[in-house]
Write a protein that binds this ligand. Sequence first.
Ligand code: TRH
Length: 381
Amino acid sequence: MRARWDIFCNVIDNYGDIGVAWRLARTLVCEQRQCVRLWVDDLRAFARIWPAIDAHAEAQIAEGVDIRHWTEPFPDAVPAEVVVEAFGCALPETYLAAMAGQSPPPVWINLEYLSAEVWVSEHHGLPSPHPRLPLTKHFFFPGYTAGTGGLAAESDLGARRDAFQQDNAASFWAQWQLAPPQPDEWRVSLFAYENFALPGLLDAWAGGSEAVTCLVPEGRVIPQLACWLDVPALTPGDVRERGRLRVRVLPFTDQDAYDRLLWACDLNFVRGEDSCVRAQWAARPLVWQAYPQAEQAHHAKLDALLGLYVARLEPAAAQAVTGLWRVWNGMPGAPAVGDAWDAWRAHRQAIDTHARAWPQQLAAAGRLADRLVEFAEKRLK
Ligand code: TRH
């Protein structure tokens, strides 16, 4: 059934909110043949993850999605049949009133943040009546298990990744003026927030026995990296070497090119939710830096995902993954970062094998766009 969707995205900071909303909008159009209008308040952030976006246009079409600049006062707009507010962004009052005037009213969904915590499946799908208007909002939780709203993924994601990885990614490296990796070399991508563990990890790489090429998309971690390298600044294209470590700064690319970086590297450091999921689908080892939250709420999120991720790993390798993830997130009781890296390296083979098999397990959660369409269709009947 082809329905009209309005997706609202308020960009708080960073790229995760628009990253998830854009991925969902594209998939709904391309795979589910839905008719999608995406309202975004910060088109400049949007253009960073999708450079074809014109940051000054009030309305534009990209990838079949009708994109609107979300401005205040909100323009008159007939509400769609399905309304998704991403991450609890408050809908414009005039739009809410227009929703209440529709008969039947739209299916109203609050798309929540992804978490592997167990309470997610208990809260997924719960209704919440509006206090004044004849409208009911539903809480929709993406998640890692079958009773949740699933994970963002395209139906051909695995096939595209496998084709790329079998191709050995040689042409991919050439675009960064890099030869394919040497047998004893690690290619690592580093997408991170500011991080106390970073200097120690860089020290370990520079003083280690294997060559490490660290590819760093421009962003929040760059000033700290420049400080460690003792240079005033770093810009895309810059290459610096210290001991066995070579650092290369990459420009921020579009989402699809970033996927290819994840597919090509031996190990990916990722942050927030969207890059974390993409790194898991990449079938390569990852280290996740959770988005820092008040009262360390992100520590519970980290441990919840770790619990799932390492469950089928042999205990020593599971401990090595846990140690590195926990020190990378500044968690109490974590080992020193140099020790955590040594332990991780010692179990690299098992961790790599596990990462390659992991997407099969992830698939059990189902795909977010499929789950959302099922959810909406049940209520549209
Ligand atoms: O940017 P983030 O830190 O987003 C965060 C979190 O999502 C957090 O939950 C949210 O509350 C906070 O923002 C406001 O990390 P995340 O989620 O990985 O999103 C990054 C997006 O950027 C993702 O869609 C991938 C994309 N990206 C590119 O398109 N090109 C790039 O070069 C890189 C490095 C990332």
